[in-house]
Design a protein around this ligand. Structure first.
Ligand SMILES: Cc1cc2nc3c(=O)[nH]c(=O)nc-3n(C[C@H](O)[C@H](O)[C@H](O)COP(=O)(O)OP(=O)(O)OC[C@H]3O[C@@H](n4cnc5c(N)ncnc54)[C@H](O)[C@@H]3O)c2cc1C
Ligand code: SF4
Length: 527
């Protein structure tokens, strides 16, 4: 049995980013990942394999509040969900860190301010090679550095959309993208700008995911070890219950135990809560770090919707995810509560519709699925959902995970949809033809679309209402940390990954300090 300085459980946005940040310290680091490397194979870019046959979705069975089973849209690989993500790498708005009044209630403040995280957002944008343009989005928070790479250009149909939106008085902006595209030097560009990005793995490793830009750079350091197919099943404490003394792991069919001075959990919001709950012992009868009864609670995943508008002209766009619109993020002239973010989603392709809820072609009489796909302009609408205590992950004696979820902010979600509908009516699109698209969100079982899962182990200053302290260390244990999206006290209405990465870097600096191995942020940013 080996003893490590740090054990990191999970290698996604949170864990993979932390591994890279800690690696240059020379400390002995063990990465435990329940999945394997995602195989590079032609099927990575095969729409039917990915969207119809769910080739890269785990076979897990979870339960909803009524006991009904569902297959969560969850991905167990080195790099976690970022292997499949759309790589829209947004910062939360500055105001998201404060308390915000929403239609259905209060979105609580974070225990840190935007300013506390700003330098780490900048570092995360550098590590994940984010392409973007500052100064276009009126809601964007202040930044201490420009984006490290220029914005990904709009293709002609999306440029036309941007121009028309601007002419109507809106403020479209170039969306921040984590694709390693060099438009000025395409022969040397990692990214080939393909149509199979959002929701697909990248066959050529050009997506800024946590395998390529987190785990692999970490593994260049001899002090970092990765175990794949290694699922942490229990955290054991010392007799006093104050320190995690061992991590029990199912590894390639064997049960193993590892020890680390510091243990960091980054399994994704649902699985992090599951691991803590399964680690109950006589000192922690309700689950590890759960004296407050907050572990598993306050689950969020955005009130989201993918919709497609039918353009009168064909939309031959290949890489569509280049435009965003935040004009309604905090409300509108006729709404004094936040509505949310509008962005593009990967261009629809006819085979996708077969994997989604069957498209009702009767809504567009005479239109085949192929014709719909050719004319589709696809949007992704996100409204913030609130951290409700009854929205929670629980685990039974057999380790079965139940996810109870009641939607919130349904009114702003509908109002955001109406806003988009009225906008497209003003543009060169069929105003009546705005369809629900079910990419990511299996809307027949809403809880299954857990791509943006967050909450379950929120950080805060009060041990009675939070699981973790401001450094994301469990209030009740000396050496247990969490660095994934489960720490979010509220989720905002933009995509969560960059915030998880930035917070992981912030916690990483705390850990380096604690280990006596400070690697200054500025030095690493310059490296
Ligand atoms: C299709 C899709 C599209 C998305 N698009 C975007 C986007 O455009 N922009 C954005 O910001 N976000 C996007 N997201 C969300 C984003 O990917 C997640 O917010 C982010 O990856 C969460 O990071 P995490 O560290 O919390 O969890 P993950 O990245 O999921 O990492 C958790 C890791 O822990 C491992 N694990 C779980 N349990 C155990 C265990 N017991 N033992 C060992 N290992 C374990 C998992 O295998 C996984 O590797 C998308 C997600 C999906 C699925
Ligand atoms: S668009 Fe670029 S990053 Fe995305 S899958 Fe294609 S090659 Fe990879």
């Amino acid at each position: 049995m080996d003893a490590y300085d740090v054990i990191i459980i999970g290698t996604g946005a949170g864990g993979g980013t932390l591994a890279r940040h800690l690696a240059p310290s020379g400390k002995r680091i063990l990465l435990l990942e329940r999945g394997d490397w995602l195989t590079r194979e032609p099927q990575n870019w095969d729409t039917a394999e990915v969207f119809v046959d769910n080739r890269y979705i785990s076979a897990d069975t979870w339960y909803d509040a009524s006991g009904k089973t569902f297959q969560p849209q969850i991905h167990y690989f080195v790099g976690g969900a970022t292997k499949l993500y759309g790589a829209a790498l947004y910062r939360l708005r500055k105001e998201d860190f404060g308390e915000l009044r929403h239609h259905d209630g209060i979105s609580p403040a974070w225990p840190i301010s935007y300013e506390d995280l700003e330098q780490y957002y900048t570092l995360a944008e550098q590590q994940y090679e984010v392409h973007g343009a500052r100064g276009e989005d009126p809601t964007e928070p202040p930044a201490s550095a420009p984006y490290p790479f220029p914005a990904v250009s709009h293709e002609p149909r999306i440029q036309q959309l941007a121009d028309e939106l601007e002419a109507e008085g809106y403020h479209p902006f170039h969306a921040p993208c984590g694709v390693r595209l060099d438009e000025g030097n395409t022969p040397y560009s990692h990214c080939v700008r393909c149509s199979t990005c959002d929701g697909f793995p990248c066959l050529v490793h050009a997506k800024s995911d946590a395998e390529v830009l987190g785990v692999r750079p970490a593994l260049e350091h001899a002090n970092v070890t990765l175990l794949t197919n290694a699922q942490a099943v229990k955290l054991e404490t010392d007799a006093a219950g104050t320190t995690v003394a061992g991590v029990v792991v199912e590894h390639d069919g064997n049960t193993e135990r590892y020890e680390g001075s510091i243990v960091v959990v980054a399994c994704g919001a649902a699985n992090t809560a599951k691991l803590l709950l399964l680690s109950a012992n006589d000192k922690h009868p309700n689950g590890l770090a759960n004296g407050s009864d907050q572990v598993g609670r306050n689950y969020m995943f955005h009130a989201s919707e993918a919709v497609l508008a039918l353009s009168r002209d064909e939309n031959p766009t290949v890489f569509q995810k280049t435009l965003g619109l935040n004009d309604f993020y905090f409300g509108s002239d006729d709404h004094d509560y936040p509505l949310g973010n509008i962005q593009m989603v990967g261009k629809s392709q006819a085979p996708m519709f077969h994997g989604e809820k069957p498209m009702e072609t009767k809504l567009a009489p005479g239109w085949t699925l192929e014709k719909i796909a050719k004319h589709a302009i696809d949007f992704w609408l996100s409204t913030e959902d609130l951290p409700l205590p009854e929205n929670r992950v629980t685990v039974d004696g057999e380790g079965r995970l139940t996810l109870a979820y009641r939607p919130s902010n349904d009114v702003p979600k509908q109002e955001l949809y109406k806003k988009l509908k009225s906008i497209i009516g003003e543009l060169r699109m069929e105003g009546d033809h705005l369809f629900g698209r079910f990419a990511y969100m299996k809307n027949d079982i809403p809880v299954a679309g857990c791509a943006h899962q967050a909450g379950t182990c929120r950080f805060g200053t009060d041990p009675d209402t939070s699981v973790l302290d401001v450094d994301c260390k469990a209030h009740e244990l000396d050496n247990l940390y969490v660095v994934d999206t489960s720490v979010f006290p509220s989720i905002g209405a933009v995509n969560p990954a960059l915030t998880a990465m930035a917070n992981s870097l912030r916690v990483g600096d705390h850990l380096l300090d604690r280990l006596g191995a400070t690697v200054p942020v500025a030095a690493e940013a310059a490296a």
